[in-house]
Design a protein around this ligand. Sequence first.
Ligand SMILES: NC(=O)c1ccc[n+]([C@@H]2O[C@H](COP(=O)([O-])OP(=O)(O)OC[C@H]3O[C@@H](n4cnc5c(N)ncnc54)[C@H](O)[C@@H]3O)[C@@H](O)[C@H]2O)c1
Ligand SMILES: [Zn+2]
Ligand SMILES: [Zn+2]
Length: 349
Amino acid sequence: MKASVLTEYGRIEWQDKEKPKCDPDKVLIKVSYGCICGSDQHIYKGEFVPRTTTPMVMGHEFGGTIAEVGAEVSGWEVGEKVAPDPIIPCMECPACKIGHYPACTSLKIIGVDLDGGFQQYIQLPPHMLYKVPASIPDKYVALVEVMGVACHAKNRAGLKKDDSVVIWGAGKVGLCVLQAVRTVTDNTVFLVDVLPERLALAPQYYNNVVTIDATKVDPVKVIKEKTDGKGVDVAFEVVGHAHEVPGQVEPVRGCIQSIRGAGTVCVLGLSAETTPVLFKELIWKEAKIVASRVSHGEFAEVIDHLVNNRLKLDMIITDILDGSKAQEAFDILDNDPANNVKILLDFNG
Ligand SMILES: NC(=O)c1ccc[n+]([C@@H]2O[C@H](COP(=O)([O-])OP(=O)(O)OC[C@H]3O[C@@H](n4cnc5c(N)ncnc54)[C@H](O)[C@@H]3O)[C@@H](O)[C@H]2O)c1
Ligand SMILES: [Zn+2]
Ligand SMILES: [Zn+2]
């Protein structure tokens, strides 16, 4: 079989690799599509060292079909479509002991801490798999994980029907958060970014989305004006490493300033830098700030949304390249983020 192997940081080779055997307690999955995540872009550049080492196979967003079922495994059949949940909680730490797995202090993720799905076959224990109905297109199965991240954030924020929302960051994850939000509320969603091309996508698919280019106007001012001075019910920060916009507050603080009294800010962005927060702005509003990490079983919710046609995944799939072209795909994403959102890698060949 073939695998996209990160042989050294910045270099991916399409290599021959021995097809894994199927252990008695595992299932062997034939990968159909993988999808490149922002974390993969960091791994590719060596920014997750020492957590990652080369050679390695990336890929925590992928889907496939079962090719073989281990002798001790029951309830799974060859040919079934599956979406693997890549997280491996330690089950020992205080968070794991109370069943709060995303907060595991030694959480492992396949495709990050051990080899992942950017290869034609991978074997996994069945408890990591979610069944996906055959009617769901393979390319959508590769997006179940990132949509799980988005639905988890929506659930962490306690989003309610008719809530108004701002999403700061219309990137790979932000545009998934938009889709998760739209499964709950049709009220106004403000979408803030600094790339007009990315902002242009959502209004082609959704009504009542107000896009705000933070390089041209002050997002907080626009949100206040358009909500009669009240602010939105819920704000999602999905930027992480922010481009500095002169004269404007950083995204987390912008979120805090944009919500109504007793509103909620949900932070997803991962950045190595500190971000300024003026706590009295939060305290005066007696507002809630929650963090959201990976997902917590939202795979089932996402699959239900797919079955009921509630998502618009074509909005974010900007390219599909053969698995042998992984290096090219990473370079495209790095060089032209404005015109590329999610790039799928095809491992069917
Ligand atoms: N919490 C989690 O579970 C989780 C999961 C996946 C990714 N993340 C994190 O979420 C963040 C976003 O990931 P992504 O893959 O969508 O990245 P991305 O680069 O595709 O999207 C970020 C967007 O923010 C925009 N942006 C930059 N500076 C801005 C500013 N000052 N104001 C407004 N918009 C600005 C960029 O133009 C871009 O479109 C990253 O930090 C990533 O590490 C978190
Ligand atoms: Zn991801
Ligand atoms: Zn743990």
